[in-house]
Design a protein around this ligand. Structure first.
Ligand SMILES: Nc1ncnc2c1ncn2[C@@H]1O[C@H](COP(=O)(O)OP(=O)(O)O)[C@@H](O)[C@H]1O
Ligand SMILES: Cc1ncsc1CCOP(=O)(O)O
Ligand SMILES: [Mg+2]
Length: 272
């Protein structure tokens, strides 16, 4: 645990020190929280999605986050154009397959984006299972109706077939490259009552991988744990979802080394 704590503190310190520019092509619901979570962690968000701007802008970013939450025919070309440039230039890019199983259009778009070889895929249990099985049938829109642990085998299969690190969020966040499995156990249940917390942790993953591209699995686990620790700190001051949303941002901004070392809970299998 001590090594995970040291490495995770080093990573959040690097995000604060280097302030990586993170392009987010994301949904209309989560733009504000994603941008503010990135800023409070020390990164520099840019929610730039016009296909006309992609050739000028994506080449200068340190990481790309693609989120299909409010997917449309108009936005999909931008996502693909940016992902193509990121892959060609060896830049980390992260996919958040929101509600992947909710429709054939959405599933096809997500599978096409997976074919473009994201560095990391972060979804909830239902989303990862929909991608791994390539089946429509989301039970509840953007929310999951299975636990992250129910999607472990699906996550490993998706990691092996896509070449991506796959993170399944939930009470226990599970991260795998298809072989190794790591669990991050920080966080609070009330995070599920705030929209865009999943989108936001995916954005934070993008910033962490941007400053540690050689270790995407470890960087992903660190980001999930740091986000969860900030939520735990925020929960101590919050009165409900709205104040937790606010306290989460402040706690991430104020996170210090001793708090992270005392609270961080990351372990390798057997951790479920
Ligand atoms: N029951 C829970 N206990 C603690 N943390 C949770 C729980 N459920 C989700 N989280 C955390 O909330 C965030 C969003 O996860 P999740 O709700 O699975 O994603 P999404 O919003 O994409 O469905 C993640 O950081 C995850 O670790
Ligand atoms: C409710 C909703 N609908 C389309 S995108 C979105 C936000 C989803 O955010 P998250 O996946 O982080 O819960
Ligand atoms: Mg989500």
């Amino acid at each position: 645990m001590a090594l995970w704590s040291s490495e995770s503190w080093t990573r959040i310190s690097k995000v604060r020190g280097e302030s990586p520019l993170i392009q987010c092509i994301t949904n209309l619901v989560s733009m504000d929280l994603m941008a503010n979570v990135l800023l409070s962690a020390g990164a520099s968000p840019a929610m730039i999605h016009s296909v006309t701007e992609i050739p000028d802008f994506t080449p200068v970013v340190q990481g790309l986050c693609v989120n299909v939450g409010t997917l449309s025919d108009e936005w999909l070309p931008s996502m693909k154009a940016a992902a193509k440039i990121a892959r060609e230039m060896g830049k980390p890019w992260v996919l958040d397959p929101v509600a992947a199983g909710a429709s054939g259009f959405r599933l096809r778009a997500c599978l096409e984006l997976v074919e473009m070889r994201p560095t990391v895929i972060r979804g909830n249990g239902s989303e990862v299972m929909a991608l791994a099985k390539a089946t429509v049938g989301s039970c509840k829109g953007a929310d999951s109706c299975v636990e992250s642990t129910d999607a472990l085998e699906a996550a490993k299969a998706l990691a092996k077939s896509s070449g991506a690190v796959v993170a399944v969020s939930g009470a226990v966040d599970v991260v795998t490259d298809g072989e190794r499995v790591v669990c991050a156990k920080n966080g609070v249940p009330m995070l599920q009552r705030i929209t865009a917390t999943g989108c936001s942790v995916t954005a934070l993953i993008t910033a962490f991988v941007a400053i540690d591209p050689q270790n995407p699995l470890e960087a992903t686990a660190s980001a999930l744990a740091v986000f969860g620790v900030a939520a735990e700190m925020g929960m101590e001051m919050a009165k409900g979802p709205a104040s937790l949303r606010m306290q989460l941002i402040d706690s991430l901004y104020n996170l210090d080394e001793s708090t992270l070392r005392n609270r961080l809970n990351i372990s390798s299998l057997p951790c479920l």
